[in-house]
Design a protein around this ligand. Structure first.
Ligand code: BGC
Length: 768
């Protein structure tokens, strides 16, 4: 057959398959509504073209790893590419899709991925900050808006949500997740999947989500990125796996395998993980993509050469190969050598084609390529206004002695610090689509929100750190703060001179954007030395100081907590950063963010988290007094600096009358926990009412308490609200040593309050 005729036949077949999609849905033998169409296409494909569908190169626009793919256009023409990522702008994407549709033999549309992690061009706080809103509607809406913007720009697949639980702030990617708690993390996973995928994936403003990094990536030894993970099954099931499962239950379309090993087998090639658990136990039927060069990295893990590890990855359940080209380069040989079968390959191709059907690419390959959309839908005033609200709600007030905050909109303010006037650092890590220079730095935001009555003076005060090499390393991705050529003393003198003229000093210091995120692990959790010294010099002036702390991780700020009057933790608040921070500083917004990761007193306490076990030798006093032969340290008390769930408001909330609807609960009954919360301060405010449960006696040891419910409510000053939690026995279940999910009879204690240290307690019995 001549080539033009082949083209024509394939085109007609694909069109028929696409048009027929609704009628033929029942023709499949499994529950995939597109199986008939997918099988028809598979029947027309060569082995090379099948392997092409499993191949996901990076467009090369943005570099995130070691290996680079080249000559993409030629490969697309040859049918060697299933999707592409790291390509931005709808114009470019349309052009690339045209190559697939007009020049490749099979004319299978490409899927376009991107790390749309916390917003697109309109950028929300880094995920750790976003989680501190504890506001599920808001979080879902951020994902919805990100999908709206990204799809307007041609992207139809996001590598988000990242739901890795982490208890180790040394790990730089703690910034990309929702903190340490599995219950909260699961709610957020669900909200984000719902936000991205919406109620109909075929709409042109919804996108396929990808839950990552499956699994346990947030628990690397020593907090060093990509390092070994080794964990008991019981801990995995109870403390790390639920957020991934929540995303699966919410219908997430794809899963990304993690870089780390699990039980000695790299996740990318781990059959227990990717098939037995994910597909057979949890019922996932989407596709699995590896992480960047994940297959190639299995060689360095030491489990085989490229051909062997590629075959292992495919057989384990990895369907799409991100960047490594192990599938493309070796699977044909592996079919010949009997390492994999055509059926293994067909299974993976079929999952990828199904996803393309799900998002409607076979109906219209250009459905996300409307050149008019970006103008009206990306970085709009409306989206930015919402981002400003979200950012303000993510900020956590850590200290506010003598009610220094909110500031009055009058007098003179000295704004000092290397983070005070840097647009490009506001969006934080993994903000690849953000127009960094359009973010609003604190200086600009402060002037705008303060209005005419406030005189804002600014001085940089210091560079990021003494160590130029370190500074270069942490600004490698271009989010730099240009180093000031003046000497440290000159910078400090300038800061002190404006401080002398001011009524209050705002110190904007901490980490820069790329000090957290991928490949940004640290062993020191303190603010960089040079900035600490700047802060100390400002404190010495005797003027009131507000520390506005930028960070992508919990920092050890024990000395700052001791010495500074007010501390507002702002994470990296996104494109509207400066406005949102100022809204809170001046009290236009009352802060309501609550920590989702424990702040340690020093790095030696790490890993530190609220839902730990009791040990056989718990410390018997609340004051943290050292006791010999008890589980404590000689040099620092056990408690963290700030617990999980902690965060202050400008008003005050009192809790009382905690009740459970019944003292005894049977295995099939529902019950209600109620509490009264009063706003006894001077401002209207929002409070995150948190409910923790302790299972007093278990067949295996149980945590001292676990979050089992929360509600974010608004309470006007002087008002009291009754908050009700509807619970079922399901909320009391855990995985026992047989990995059965059970609730065991006995006493349960319930604590409700403003953070994980909540003392208001009641209890009930669960009867057989
Ligand atoms: C990261 C992933 C990311 C991927 C694609 C990797 O280095 O681990 O989180 O989705 O790159 O950019």
């Amino acid at each position: 057959m001549t080539r033009p005729i082949t083209f024509l036949l394939i085109f007609i077949s694909l069109s028929l398959v696409a048009c027929d999609s609704k009628e033929k849905r029942t023709a499949s033998s499994n529950d995939n509504p597109f199986q008939y169409q997918v099988d028809s296409i598979l029947g027309l494909m060569t082995l090379d073209e099948k392997l092409g569908q499993l191949n996901l190169p990076s467009s090369g626009d943005i570099t995130t790893g070691a290996s680079q793919s080249s000559d993409i256009a030629k490969k697309i023409e040859e049918g060697k590419v299933g999707g592409l990522f790291n390509i931005k702008t709808v114009e470019k994407i349309r052009e690339v899709q045209k190559i697939a549709m007009e020049k490749s033999r099979m004319k299978i549309p490409l899927i376009f991925g991107m790390d749309v992690i916390h917003g697109y061009e309109t950028t929300f706080p880094i995920p750790l900050g976003l989680s501190c809103t504890w506001n599920m509607d808001m979080i879902e809406k951020t994902a919805r808006m990100a999908a709206q913007e990204a799809t307007a720009d041609g992207i139809n697949w996001t590598f988000s949500p990242m739901v890795d639980i982490s208890r180790d702030p040394r790990w730089g990617r703690v910034s990309e997740g929702s903190g340490e708690d599995v219950f909260l993390g699961s709610q957020i996973a669900k909200a984000m999947v719902n936000g991205y995928q919406g109620d109909d994936l075929t709409k042109n403003n919804t996108m396929l989500a990808c839950v990552k990094h499956f699994a346990l990536y947030g628990a690397p030894e020593a907090g060093r990125d990509y390092n070994t993970v080794d964990m008991s099954r019981i801990r995995m099931y109870n403390e790390y796996l639920p957020p991934y499962q929540a995303a699966i239950d919410a219908g997430v379309g794809s899963v990304m395998a993690s870089f780390n090993e699990i039980d000695g087998v790299p996740a990318t090639g781990n059959k227990w993980l990717l098939t037995d658990l994910l597909r057979e136990d949890w019922g996932f039927n989407g596709f699995v993509v590896t992480d960047y060069t994940g297959i190639e990295e299995m060689m360095y893990h030491g489990v085989g050469n490229l051909q062997q590890v590629s075959a292992q990855a495919l057989k384990a359940g990895s369907d799409m190969d991100m960047v490594a080209e192990g599938f493309l380069g070796t699977l044909k040989q592996s079919v010949e050598d009997g390492l994999v079968s055509i059926e293994d390959i067909d299974k993976a191709v079929s999952r990828i084609l199904t996803a393309k059907y799900q998002i409607g690419l076979f109906d219209d390959p250009y459905k996300y390529c409307d050149l008019e959309r970006p103008k009206n839908e990306v970085f709009t005033e409306e989206n930015r206004a919402f981002a400003r609200q979200v950012s303000a709600e993510s900020l956590v007030l850590l200290k506010n002695a003598d009610s220094l905050l909110p500031l009055k909109k009058s007098g003179t303010i000295a704004l000092v610090g290397p983070m005070a006037n840097t647009a490009v650092n506001m969006a934080g890590t993994w903000s690849v689509a953000t127009k960094q220079e359009k973010s609003i730095p604190l200086l600009e935001g402060l002037k705008t929100v303060a209005g005419d009555q406030v005189n804002v003076l600014y001085a940089k005060g210091s560079n990021v750190d003494y160590d130029l090499e370190y500074e270069n390393r942490v600004t490698m991705f271009g989010k730099s703060i240009p180093r000031d050529d003046r000497s440290d003393q000159q910078l400090l003198d300038e800061a002190l001179s404006i401080a002398a003229k001011s009524d209050v000093i705002i110190a904007a210091i901490g980490e820069t954007a790329e000090m957290s995120g991928e490949s940004s692990s640290v062993t020191n959790l303190q603010i960089p030395k040079l900035q600490q010294e700047l802060l100390n010099a400002l404190l010495k002036t005797g003027k009131p100081v507000v520390l506005v702390l930028f960070t992508g991780r919990p920092l050890a700020i024990t000395a700052e907590n001791e010495n500074v009057q007010a501390i507002l933790n702002v994470w990296f608040p996104g494109s509207e950063a400066g406005l949102a921070i100022s809204d809170v500083l001046f009290g236009d917004v009352n802060p309501s963010g609550k920590l989702t990761a424990t702040f340690p007193r020093n790095v030696g306490q790490v890993p530190i988290f609220y839902n730990h076990k009791n040990t056989g030798r718990p410390l018997g006093n609340k004051e943290g007094k050292f006791q010999k032969f008890k589980s404590n340290y000689l040099d620092v008390r056990n408690e963290p600096l700030y617990p999980f769930g902690y965060g202050l408001s400008y008003t005050k909330f009192d809790y009382k009358n905690l009740t459970v609807s019944t003292d005894t609960i049977s295995m099939d009954s529902a019950f209600k926990v109620s509490v009264e919360v009063s706003n006894t301060g001077d401002y209207d405010g929002k409070e995150v009412v948190q409910l923790y449960v302790r299972d007093v006696v278990g067949s295996v040891t149980r945590p001292v308490r676990e979050l089992k419910g929360f509600q974010k409510i608004e309470i006007k000053k002087g008002e009291t609200k009754t908050v009700n939690f509807d619970m079922t026995v399901n909320d009391l279940k855990f995985y026992n040593s047989d990995l059965d999910f059970v609730a065991e009879p006995g006493e349960f204690q319930v604590f409700v309050g403003t953070d994980a240290d909540a003392e208001l307690m009641t209890s009930f019995q669960l009867k057989k």
